[in-house]
Design a protein around this ligand. Structure first.
Ligand code: GTP
Ligand code: MG
Ligand code: ZN
Length: 368
């Protein structure tokens, strides 16, 4: 059945059977255009709009379909168009935080701009993915702190993250960079490739199989679309040169798109993200920064704020250089972001207190 090639499985079938009515069929959102969705179904493709009821019942933008979602549609106009009546439960979603209203403040934390306040919502960048390719280039795009962010969001998505370091042809200290990545990406497989030279693509193919969805994420210009063209074995997607001075891409891909690989498998191309504001649970954060939480558990005092207390393992590690200051700072910053997210859902006041304390601790650690 064609739907299986698109990633359909028994779980979705079951969910569909619970909501189906006459003339309703399942389909997968393969592209999102202005106000409409291109949905692929058993018999073809149609341009679909969200039914009024679904719109009315939506509490946030994450309740609207995203690329990769399985939806319940009713074809109209001879099947050329459709109406989306339902969204089947997602098995995973790569989400980021997006601002939805004003009142935001930008604060300077050790020279880094962080956004606080306003109201924020979850935006699903791609849904129902099995594997996340975090793509980073080995030119000036290379940035360990950004990578930590992507790893966090990827783990939180429910899909398996894989790190793809692209453009090895541009890098003359690969071993050193790889070591740095290995240090921060425990448990994540890492691949070094050159999409330009089709070097290392076969290893990536191992993740791509029948009914499996791979989503590619990363900054503009890192080579996401080039990698997909390699997997498709044809130049189907537009790619664009990066700026020489800083390796920045020009946002060549402008929409999210799901594509079928002729030999089996599904890929989702996404436009490069300018910034990835984390959407995550605390647990995911603690798991990725296990080295830090482990150190924290070694502090003499249970409730050590790593500030002035004696016997503080964090301060010792920072001093001795066994804990990288930048990594620690990034952890603290993301902890604030995650906490803030949760503060929006829970107790905001308690959160502000915490935020103040964290900022103090970060500043202090820097001056060690
Ligand atoms: N040197 C080198 N260049 C590469 C490699 N892979 C991709 N490129 C080039 O990098 C540029 C950007 O590639 P794209 O595939 O458009 O990047 P993207 O991640 O899809 O970018 P956006 O669509 O803007 O998000 C293009 O000029 C590619 O030819 C590589 O392995 N080595
Ligand atoms: Mg692209
Ligand atoms: Zn401590």
């Amino acid at each position: 059945m064609y739907l299986n090639r698109l990633g359909w499985n028994e779980k979705f079938e079951e969910a569909f059977n619970n909501v189906k009515k006459e003339d309703y069929i399942p389909g997968r959102v393969i592209r999102e255009e202005k106000g409409r969705y291109i949905v692929q179904h058993e018999a073809g493709e149609c341009a679909a709009k969200v039914a009024g009821k679904l719109r009315y019942n939506a509490n946030s933008i994450s309740d609207f379909p995203a690329v990769g979602d399985w939806v319940v549609i009713k074809p109209i106009n001879n099947g050329e168009e459709g109406v989306i009546y339902d969204l089947l439960p997602r098995k995973s979603s790569f989400s980021r935080k997006v601002p939805v209203s004003g009142g935001r403040k930008v604060k300077d934390v050790n020279g880094r701009k962080m956004t606080f306040g306003g109201s924020s919502e979850e935006q699903v960048v791609a849904a129902n993915i099995d594997v996340v390719f975090i793509v980073m280039a080995l030119d000036q795009n290379f940035n360990l702190r950004r990578l930590e962010r992507y790893i966090l969001v990827a783990w939180n998505s429910g899909a398996t993250p894989v790190i793809v370091l692209n453009k090895i042809d541009m890098c003359d200290n690969l071993a050193e960079k790889l070591e740095q990545v290995e240090e921060i990406a425990t448990g994540v497989e890492i691949h070094c490739i050159s999409a330009l030279n089709k070097d290392g693509i076969e290893a990536l193919r191992e993740y791509v199989g029948d009914g499996i969805t791979v989503g590619l994420f990363g900054s503009s210009g890192v080579g996401k679309s080039t990698i997909i063209n390699c997997l498709l074995q044809e130049e189907q997607l537009l790619t664009g040169a990066v700026r020489e001075s800083d390796s920045k891409g020009r946002h060549t891909t402008t929409w999210r798109e799901l594509l079928l690989i002729p030999t089996g498998g599904i890929v989702i191309d996404t436009p490069g993200m300018r910034e990835l504001q984390v959407w995550s649970e605390n647990e995911a954060l603690d798991e990725i920064f296990e080295d830090i939480t482990e150190l924290e558990s070694q502090c003499k005092f249970n409730n050590c704020s790593h500030n002035t207390e004696p016997g503080c393992a964090i301060k010792t590690a920072l001093k001795e250089g066994t804990l990288d200051y930048e990594r620690y700072e990034n952890y603290k910053i993301m902890q604030i972001e995650v906490g803030y997210l949760q503060g929006r859902i829970g107790d905001r006041k308690a959160y502000s207190e915490k935020e103040r304390m964290y900022l103090k601790v970060i500043k202090k650690a820097k001056n060690l």
